[in-house]
Design a protein around this ligand. Structure first.
Ligand code: COA
Length: 170
């Protein structure tokens, strides 16, 4: 592996979960620098703004010195060209992720032939996790402490209260 190589882990992280953090930590052991690139997926509606998601990620990765949180817009294939970093990290939770990930890896490579995607298997405790599911649990009053870092749990609780206040005012 080239010594100076950095890797990009992109996603919407709305909110970041223990599953995301697990992948970031694993990647941080393999590469000298991890760039966690937060973006807006045009197919999604967000609970946390881009700025808020960046802050959440900064807080939960504070102890990881080789991790940097950034945001980008547009194609990931173009963004990696701008920062000259062509390794993409993706987490695999289950076989069901594979087809979508395979398609995305090949599409990214088609868009930018320098890109290589590296898949890391998530810890088995997090194979069933997704950000939407965690949000749904929080909204319905369930306990999310096993699924998200403490700071995210606290901010998610606050957001759920704000959202329900706003809905009641309507
Ligand atoms: N642990 C827990 N949850 C995980 C996870 C893990 N290891 N890996 C993925 N997930 C969850 C995510 O939280 C997300 O949940 P949600 O749908 O409930 O929000 C879901 O699985 C899907 O994750 P992902 O595929 O990473 O979606 P995303 O919206 O976070 O990011 C990308 C989508 C990768 C397309 C986006 O980050 C991107 O790169 N956009 C740029 C535009 C672009 O280039 N598009 C063309 C790509 S070919």
């Amino acid at each position: 592996m080239k010594k100076e190589i950095s890797a990009v882990y992109s996603g919407s992280f709305d909110p970041p979960t223990n599953g995301h953090l697990d992948i970031i930590i694993r990647a941080s052991h393999l590469f000298p620098k991890i760039i966690v690139a937060v973006t807006e997926n045009i197919n999604k509606k967000y609970t946390f703004s881009l700025r808020e998601r960046i802050v959440l990620l900064q807080k939960i990765t504070k102890g990881l010195k080789n991790t940097k949180i950034v945001s980008f817009s547009g194609l990931l294939a173009d963004y990696v060209e701008q920062i000259n970093s062509f390794v993409l990290i993706r987490g695999l939770r289950a076989i069901s992720d594979f087809e979508y990930e395979f398609q995305m890896a090949l599409m990214n490579r088609k868009l930018n032939k320098k890109i290589e995607t590296i898949f890391l298997m998530t810890d088995q405790r997090y194979t069933f996790l997704s950000s939407s599911m965690v949000k749904e649990i929080a909204i319905l009053g369930g306990d999310t402490k096993d699924f998200v870092p403490k700071y995210v749990e606290k901010e998610l609780k606050k957001r759920v209260v704000d959202l329900s206040k706003r809905n009641n005012e309507k």
